[in-house]
Design a protein around this ligand. Structure first.
Ligand SMILES: Nc1nc2[nH]cc(C(=O)O)c2c(=O)[nH]1
Ligand code: SF4
Ligand SMILES: [Mg+2]
Length: 293
């Protein structure tokens, strides 16, 4: 006799953080997005910026996660404050909130230069949507926990556009077909290239995206070889390329000096590669070490 399927209340995941922010990467960059960061990763990339997700995080039921995904954007329409502006910036995000202006729902408050005159519903193009319809599942490595699959299916069923950010070291073929997979191919400079699951290439489709994070010219040449060999740009929506932030000699992380984005841009222009150069937008907006943004 087969066991009855477990309910969303009975199934759990180890969650590091859930937050609402501006999507900083991929072709969805710039859009409002809810992030669900899962705990744990079996890789140790030289440049990892989310080591805090390796061991920090609590168990949550899938239903509690879905409820939080619904509530973080609905109850927090203002930009995330946790990180504060990027240090050294003026914090000039264009909209200034005066003290006491936090509650924009008050119907009789007279609009001033500092208070938007339209309500959130009036501003939104989708006026029936009170929460955000773009959700990214990230980590860590989110595919390490098998209950990520019923979570993604439930989010798709609820009408969300679901992105998953994965290292490329786990099988992506088992994801709900509605999920858009943003898959890293780990370069030699990451120290984890031997973990790439090359069977994943055959499962990529025209909605997915492939990402290369480059640490050096050697990584760049390795990427060109993979593009040629696997015709990646013909398989997916976009091939994304970014440079690990360059540091001064002596400040290397695990021997990784990083790569100048200016230098990388020059190579891409020279070689006319069919790839999309990326920065991490959220690290330009907020402090690069801030969490929850
Ligand atoms: N704003 C924002 N955008 C992101 N895109 C991918 C992220 C990740 O950590 O996987 C990320 C993140 O941590 N924050
Ligand atoms: S796969 Fe991602 S989370 Fe894991 S070590 Fe590499 S960069 Fe960090
Ligand atoms: Mg990140």
């Amino acid at each position: 006799m087969t066991k009855p399927a477990k309910s969303l209340d009975e199934q759990t995941l180890l969650i590091n953080e859930i937050f609402y922010s501006v999507q900083g990467e991929s072709t969805y960059a710039g859009l409002p997005c809810v992030f669900v960061r899962l705990r744990g990763c079996h890789l140790r990339c030289a440049y990892c910026d989310t080591e805090y997700a390796f061991h920090e995080g609590e168990k949550q039921s899938l239903q509690a996660i879905i409820d939080e995904v619904e509530s973080v954007s609905a109850t927090n329409p203002s930009p995330p404050g946790g990180g504060g502006p990027r240090s050294g910036s003026e914090g000039d995000v264009g909209v200034v909130m005066a003290a006491g202006d936090e509650d924009q729902s008050e119907p009789n408050s007279a609009p001033t230069a500092l208070t938007p005159s339209l309500s959130r519903g009036e501003r939104g193009l989708n006026q029936t949507q009170s929460s955000c319809d773009l959700v990214e599942i990230t980590g860590g490595e989110p595919l390490l926990q098998r209950n990520v699959h019923p979570l993604m299916t439930a989010l798709c069923d609820a009408g969300k556009t679901v992105l998953i950010e994965t290292s490329g070291a786990c099988d992506i073929s088992v994801c709900d077909p509605r999920v858009i997979r943003i898959m890293d191919l780990k370069t030699p400079g990451s120290g984890e290239a031997h973990r790439n699951d090359w069977n994943n290439i055959a499962h990529l489709n025209e909605r997915d995206e492939v990402k290369f994070v480059l640490t050096s010219r050697g990584d760049y040449e390795w990427m060109v070889k993979q593009l040629e060999e696997h015709r990646l740009h013909e398989r997916v929506n976009a091939v994304l390329v970014s440079a690990v932030h360059k540091v001064e000699p002596g400040k290397e992380i695990a021997g990784c000096l990083g790569l100048s984005i200016t230098e990388l841009a020059g190579w891409l222009l020279q070689d006319r590669l069919p790839v999309r150069l990326q920065t991490q937008l959220h690290k330009l907006i907020w402090d690069p070490s801030a969490r929850g943004v």
